[in-house]
Design a protein around this ligand. Structure first.
Ligand SMILES: Nc1ncnc2c1ncn2[C@@H]1O[C@H](COP(=O)(O)OP(=O)(O)OP(=O)(O)O)[C@@H](O)[C@H]1O
Length: 696
């Protein structure tokens, strides 16, 4: 049976075809997938640069382009294009295997040869060359091949290198750009080696072994296991992330067992969630017995989204059944209800503060709740003696020993009130559940735990997850971005109780946002110090995007009414450009602003909806509620002084320096999260004085 491979571009193009053409593609490919490819006429082209290129007829107008092996039985589907485009593309391309990395590469050989003549002429009059400082041996060690090297030696200016972008194999082009930008050989290798699926260079690279090369190029080409997989691939929703992983994503997700807990960080949109989903799928496949696997995150809407995506990824019902997808608070509630006989009824934070207001006449409810959550529950303090000596870093004013006893009594009174009412606080449930699981005899609840958005977990939730799985290989797979912490106070990594020393990895390539949006958004975060990170790996290092687009638009207004009118016009303009309503979002720091925009949109005949699963409408909501979502176009409004950062969210500097810094940083993260939801267009506006976070 012939082995099929499918290129990412093929699938992207297929997804955009009209239904009848898609049907014709399926019919043509169906023949491949049968026992032999007899019946598919693989047409050889006259004068093609690559003798292995063939085309197949899809219908009267479309052709597929296939790379057929000189020997062996592997066929790679490369493109599906209108007839003339397919022929033009197919005759000019040449496929090779990178001799250092072993990955499959493609170049526009015809254009490259034409360009060589022009470059030779330019070089005749210019003695100094762009890469005089780089030795041939270094070029070769970085994967520049003997066909490309003579062309490189002709380059005199960076503009000439730019002109080669779409002709050279992309990896070799990246090497040249890195060297031209002043990177050392070692630094350039650091970048290039991110493309090594197995972290190390292959021992031996066979130039004709397409199958091995495809295996090393998972972000561009995928081997198809059989007709069912092909059929599945050609069905909507054509989610490319299911199949084409970046080598770093694949290396991390399909790693052999990790010796213990592992933490993956990465900037917004680097595919952390995608990697977590693949890891869960891989664990289910690799360990086909034992306790279930938990895939979890801190919020229920995000958990529902994880479940939806996992359903797309894992088709085998046995594997899918092994993975339980529930929010961390659901796990907590379940453990508590199993012990106490009924599901705990949890108060909202507003209800909890109101109740706490009645607990002690000298202390405000908000203070008591914060003290309980951020000191007692955060440090797992269960006795007055422990509390009397506890560190209270970041808690504003100091509390002398004498006063701590009365605060302790007030919190005890609050707990007694909750008990009497048969109610719980959200974090109290997590704390109790952690204790129950820590004391549990017998096997752990889960064999493996995969956690998305781990930066937003409270220490009580960290204890719960730690207790839900026995310390062993592949116990916890954690995915986090410390710059997207928008809910919780900072938890120093060492206080999570989870040992990841030597087992952190970073994803650096953005799959969502353009470089222009990314560069701007990272500046919103400001200067983040080691102290701010508190042991967490910095997800900004090496963070970049291969996609380019327009720079964010920042607009200033004098009045909110003008700003609101302008954002409605912006939404209208996007819609007029053909952007689907569901691919547009408007975010603001406070409900008052987002409600105002929703109202104005409604008056303009554009019915909005709140952030969440798309009902196909423009989504309008708070920056916090945009977490985990993404849109083609995003407008962020009200980004002005006093609102971003929100005055109420900031601890005054004179009250506590560390707490002040942390609260300011968290507000920066909120804006960063909102801005990085945008794939192509970002529009930011404010009235009056701008937010101090806006890059100048
Ligand atoms: N290998 C891939 N191929 C195609 N698309 C991908 C790939 N990896 C990620 N994506 C897409 O990029 C977008 C961002 O991915 P994902 O949500 O996993 O990133 P993230 O790092 O978790 O983002 P954030 O931290 O901002 O929530 C999604 O649309 C996802 O489908």
């Amino acid at each position: 049976m012939p082995q099929l491979a499918i290129a990412k571009e093929f699938l992207s193009e297929y997804a955009k075809l009209e239904k009848p053409v898609q049907k014709a593609v399926q019919a043509a490919l169906g023949k491949f997938a049968q026992a032999t490819h007899a019946g598919v006429h693989l047409e050889k082209l006259n004068r093609s640069e690559d003798p292995r290129i063939r085309t197949i007829r899809i219908n009267q107008f479309y052709r597929g382009v296939v790379l057929a092996p000189a020997a062996g039985d592997l066929y790679c589907l490369l493109r599906v294009l209108p007839h003339d485009d397919a022929i033009a593309w197919a005759t000019t391309r040449l496929f090779t295997v990178n001799q250092v990395l072993g990955v499959l590469e493609m170049r526009d050989e015809t254009q490259l040869q034409n360009m060589t003549g022009t470059l030779r002429l330019a070089a005749e009059t210019t003695p100094a060359r762009l890469f005089d400082h780089v030795k041939d041996s270094d070029f070769r060690a970085l994967g520049i091949d003997d066909q490309v090297l003579p062309v490189v030696r002709l380059l005199t200016r960076e503009a000439h290198l730019d002109a080669l972008q779409h002709m050279l194999p992309s990896l070799q082009y990246d090497v040249l750009v890195a060297l031209a930008s002043g990177m050392t050989i070692e630094e350039t290798w650091g970048e290039v080696s991110k493309h090594l699926v197995n972290a190390a260079k292959p021992d031996r690279v066979e130039p004709d072994d397409l199958s091995a090369a495809i295996g090393r190029t998972p972000d561009q080409v995928a081997l198809i296991s059989g007709p069912e997989e092909l059929e599945k691939l050609l069905r909507p929703p054509f989610a490319l992330w299911r199949i084409f992983l970046h080598p770093m994503q694949r290396r991390i997700a399909y790693h052999e067992p990790y010796l213990g807990s592992v933490m993956i960080t990465g900037g917004a949109g680097t595919g952390k969630t995608v990697t977590a989903l693949h890891r869960a799928a891989h664990l289910a496949r690799s360990y086909d017995s034992g306790a279930p696997i938990l895939l979890t995150t801190y919020s229920r809407p995000l958990t529902a989204e994880l479940a939806r995506q996992l359903d797309q990824l894992v088709e085998n019902p046995r594997d899918r059944d092994r993975i339980e997808v529930i929010a961390t608070d659901q796990l907590a509630s379940r453990a508590v209800s199993e012990r106490h006989g009924s599901l705990p009824v949890v108060l909202t934070s507003r209800e909890l503060v109101s109740l706490a207001d009645t607990a002690h006449q000298d202390y405000a409810g908000e203070f008591l709740v914060d003290e309980w959550e951020q000191v007692l529950l955060a440090q797992d303090i269960t006795t007055l003696e422990e509390y009397l000596v506890a560190a209270r870093a970041g808690r504003g004013r100091g509390l002398p020993r004498s006063e701590r006893s009365s605060v302790w009594a007030a919190i005890e009174a609050l707990r007694a009130q909750l008990r009497a009412l048969g109610r719980w606080s959200f974090l109290q449930v997590a704390d109790e559940a952690a204790r129950i699981l820590q004391q549990k005899d017998g096997p752990a609840v889960y064999q493996h735990v995969v956690v998305d958005e781990a930066q937003d977990l409270h220490p009580a939730q960290w204890r719960l997850l730690r207790a839900a799985v026995r310390p062993a290989e592949d116990d916890l797979f954690l995915v986090a971005d410390p710059h997207q912490r928008i809910w919780q106070h900072r938890v120093p990594l060492k206080n999570t109780g989870i040992n990841i020393v030597g087992r952190t990895q970073r994803l650096t390539v953005s799959y969502r946002t353009t470089q222009e949006i990314l560069t701007w958004a990272v500046r919103v975060l400001g200067l983040v110090s080691e102290e701010d990170l508190d042991g967490w790996p910095d997800s900004r290092e090496g963070y970049e995007s291969p996609m380019h687009g327009r720079r964010p638009i920042v607009r200033r207004f004098t009045e909110w009414s003008e700003e609101r009118t302008a954002v409605v016009s912006q939404v209208r303009a996007w819609l007029a450009d053909g952007v689907e309503p569901g691919a547009i979002a408007v975010a603001a720091r406070v409900n008052a602003k987002s409600d105002g925009v929703a109202e104005a949109l409604r008056s303009a005949g554009i019915e909005p909806e709140p952030p969440g699963p798309s009902g196909g409408r423009v989504q309008v909501g708070t920056m916090h509620n945009m977490k985990g979502l993404e849109f083609q176009c995003v407008a962020v409004v009200g980004v002005q002084d006093k609102l971003v950062p929100h005055d109420r969210a900031i601890v005054a500097l004179e009250v506590d320096r560390a707490a002040h810094r942390e609260s300011v940083q968290r507000e920066r993260c909120v804006l960063y999260v909102a801005c990085t939801r945008a794939r192509d267009r970002l529009y930011v506006s404010y009235s009056g004085a701008p937010s101090p976070f806006l890059p100048r």
